[in-house]
Design a protein around this ligand. Structure first.
Ligand code: FAD
Length: 395
């Protein structure tokens, strides 16, 4: 039969890898995509859903076209383990899917106990919403229930985590919703373990302009560190103070999705080392790890990055299995954030592999003080990007 390429995880990285393998080599390759969920909710624009700029349906995508238009075998199942010896993926029901090359793209797992008092159960009350879907809907309903004068507390994540500007775009969307209702007596407290954050000057300028007095961001030098959270009372205790929120959004530390670690593809960092030229796992030359689960050098963990890495992995797999020509790897990323209506900002870079890591070769970032027309154009660019990347992943 044809050589078999199998992909675990139908998100930004895995969906793209499956589609590019099938699109460019579908005649000669047998492509299987294993995904636990029937539908995928994008984390990107989930903040815009919170802010009321998108409806929930618009951030959900199915796998129908990958199956019907590209001949990909979509298996709706949880991959329980990888039998690297036998080159087979073992599904939750015990059935086995053999591979010649495997792409592992499970995204992140939340490290619940990185925040004392937090747990999977606590996340029903203090949602992390760092995996989109039901968690995002819990956060939205709690946000919409806030009354004037009530407080929101966010526990921001330590590095490395998916979407570096994501927490701060989310804070902006919280404030947007409250301001729209005239609830300017409400405060949003951000307790950050990091002394600084992505696009900080841009966010802080925007917060002062659009939401004066509503957002208070504290680095570790101010609060000391998180001691515990209590879902029963909404309290967040730090070394120096206790903050209480009617809504508490806890975003814990993160690690590679469980399947990657279980298969021995990760190292002490909790993420998976790869060869920067190909995305090939350093632990197993039949396996490629892409997206949030891998260690991508200077690239941030983003949907854009995962999509870019997937194309490099797909090309390397066609080279391995079909002797197709392999061109030098190039990578790129841009992360857009919305601060308030039509006030979009972005940061991005181009990357190239070196022996040591995927290294940034050039970069750009929006500037403080930009005029409204440019900010609106940046926001509109992000809508075009969303439509483009979701079509590139899901067909
Ligand atoms: P994912 O997209 O999470 O996909 C992993 C998939 O694997 C999931 O569908 C999961 O169900 C499946 N899976 C996991 N384990 C198994 C298993 N064992 N068996 C079967 N299936 C499995 N990125 C941007 O580029 N731009 C943005 O504007 C942006 N905004 C964001 C905003 C927020 C609030 C957040 C949280 C993230 C944002 N991101 C953004 C980051 C982006 O969502 C992730 O970096 C990206 O989705 C990573 O892609 P991935 O393929 O590695 O993982």
């Amino acid at each position: 039969g044809k050589p078999r390429a199998v992909v675990i995880g139908g998100g930004s990285g895995g969906g793209t890898a499956a589609r590019y393998l099938a699109k460019d080599a579908g005649e000669d390759l047998d492509v299987t995509l294993i995904e636990a969920n029937a539908r995928y909710t994008t984390c990107y624009f989930s903040n815009l859903y919170l802010g009321g700029f998108r409806d929930f349906e618009s951030i959900n995508h199915g796998y129908e076209r990958l199956a019907s238009n590209y001949g990909i075998t979509v298996v709706n199942a949880f991959a329980d383990m990888i039998d690297r010896e036998a080159q087979e993926v073992v599904l939750a029901d015990g059935s086995r899917v053999p591979y010649d090359r495997l792409v592992v793209a499970p995204g992140i797992d939340i490290i619940y106990d990185s925040v004392p008092g937090y747990s999977e159960e606590a996340a029903q009350i203090m949602p992390h919403s760092w995996k989109a879907g039901p968690q995002t809907q819990i956060l939205k309903s709690k946000l919409d229930a806030i009354e004037d004068g009530q407080q929101i507390v966010m526990v921001a994540p330590p590095n490395p985590y998916r979407c570096p500007p994501g927490p701060y775009e989310r804070v902006s969307m919280f404030a947007h919703v409250l301001k729209n209702k005239g609830y300017t007596n409400s405060k949003i407290i951000v307790l950050d373990p990091k002394p600084s954050f992505s696009k900080q000057a841009l966010f802080q300028e925007g917060w002062e302009k659009h939401y004066p007095g509503m957002i208070e961001w504290y680095g570790p030098d101010v609060h000391g560190g998180i001691v515990s959270v209590d879902p029963a009372t909404g309290a967040v205790e730090t070394d120096l103070d206790t903050f209480t929120g009617s809504l508490v959004n806890v975003i814990p530390a993160q690690k590679a999705g469980m399947i990657a670690t279980k298969a021995g593809l990760s190292n002490d960092s909790g993420f998976c080392p790869i060869d920067p030229y190909s995305m090939r796992s350093k632990m197993d030359d039949k396996i490629f790890v892409i997206g949030d689960a891998c260690i991508a050098g200077d690239m941030p963990k983003s949907g854009f990055s995962a999509n870019s890495q997937a194309k490099v992995a797909a090309m390397a797999i066609r080279g391995d299995l079909l002797d197709a020509r392999v061109f030098p790897a190039k990578y790129s990323n841009t992360c857009w954030s919305l601060i308030d209506t039509n006030d979009g900002v972005k940061v991005g870079a181009q990357y190239a592999p070196t022996d040591e890591k995927i290294a940034s070769t050039s970069s750009f970032v929006s500037q403080t003080g930009e005029d409204a027309a440019l900010r609106q154009a940046t926001y509109e660019e992000s809508i075009g990007w969303y439509n483009g990347i979701t079509a590139d992943i899901f067909g």
